[in-house]
Write a protein that binds this ligand. Sequence first.
Ligand code: ADP
Ligand code: GLC
Length: 489
Amino acid sequence: MRILMVASEANPFAKTGGLADVASGLSKALAGLGHEVTLALPYYRKTIKPNLAGEPVGKLIIPVGEKRVEAEIRSTTLPGSQVRVLLIDQPSYFDRAGLYLEKGHDYADNAERFSFFSRAVLEAARFLDLQPDIVHANDWQTGLIPALLASEYRLQPWFQKTASVFTIHNMAFQGRFPWWDYKHSGLRWDLFNWRQLEYYGELNMLKAGIAMSEIVNTVSPTYAREICQPEFGYGLDPSLLARGDALCGILNGVDTTEWNPATDAALAQRYTLDTVKEGKAACKAALQREVGLPQKPDSMLLGVVSRLTDQKGLGLIAARAAELFRADIQFICLGAGELKYENWLQELKNQFPNKVASVVGFNEALAHRIEAGIDAFLMPSQFEPCGLNQMYSLAYGSPPIVSNVGGLADSVVDCTPESMGNRTGNGFKFTQYTSEAFLACVWKAVGVFQHDKPTWNRLIKNGMSRDWSWAHSAADYVRIYDSARSRVR
Ligand code: ADP
Ligand code: GLC
């Protein structure tokens, strides 16, 4: 199959969150299954390293409303794979400090930027004669693509048999813009209606992808069910329900070329299931040293690597910090995001200098060392479409402590006598979203860690021995690609 994957970020080109890991990990896995995969991204000149920028292969003129805007197409490959990468270059849109925002404010012309990008990708596919069987668009930044395909491009011979799949990575980000921004899309005005691209008088790009794609999916089966309810649907639950069996959930995988403790170059010591005890002890000591925590092998070291935003449930940790850090617990948090949480971390560090370490910023290598060096990972998210860090933690032998939502519910199996008996238990989960339930869940984990090493070691083993790679999920994507294609034949 010829697959055109389109995303607004991908590793190692540009990354703000899990979408980047998925865009590259899934593309690689699909190429590994023998499919011809092209991945299209904006060319963020300030972010993408020169050695990854490829070569120009052509220039196109893209209509953006009444303007005509040049797009230079650059071509390269995804490192370590057969995946071709197209970078869409237009400095006035993408030569900026951020991908979507700067200093906490979204770029005012985001609708125009991603309208341009969406059309430019389809024009590039025609120019390069890619003839994709599938265009796989991700999140609101590419939500117009299924609409462009269904209403314009499929009328052309290059795209007659092209089906679209749209993946939702987060309902909280919808790409909502005033109606007058719709003109940048160049789409027919009759599509601007409440069933398709309009949402209470505004343009909604996520809704466009949901309504106009052949198949829509999200990144875990539980989140696929949750978002059909008002509590998680962020206003689009009716649009999702309307898709019926064209909506499904596929759990993300782990890119094991990047996240594997046996080969991870960032670690002080690499390890496998057989050497996890010594390996993790060495990584823990090195991490404590690196972040300035006392080198106590027996203190339970909890960790977080996260965007600092309400979604990730940091409020629960904040609410119970005073009680938590009275116990023999250490905490390391790596994150960047909202100022209120950056300030909170600073205060926490001042309050518990021997127990808490925090690093504000984006640091890929440290993220790996944290996954390896901690004893347990905290991820008490309010909602979590999939979540990758809990799976990285499982693969690195650091049992996750999570809320029972979305992809956390689908990947973490709570430690109970039953789940330890059938060897599926791999972490700790709480269901009621309260700080009491969260704290009780952490105490349970602390209790097992301190007093029941055989169970703790079993949790590590259960987590590490399951296959978290993309193998299963990539095959599931191929199935929904087939089903999308059958809808346009
Ligand atoms: P989300 O996409 O909602 O942020 P995920 O768990 O799916 O959550 O993915 C987050 C990705 O971003 C992971 O690869 C994680 O390691 C990475 N990440 C998040 N914050 C940081 C940071 N401050 N430094 C390095 N990596 C980070
Ligand atoms: C989003 C979600 C996260 C998911 C990631 C990749 O950022 O918040 O849960 O893992 O996308 O799909």
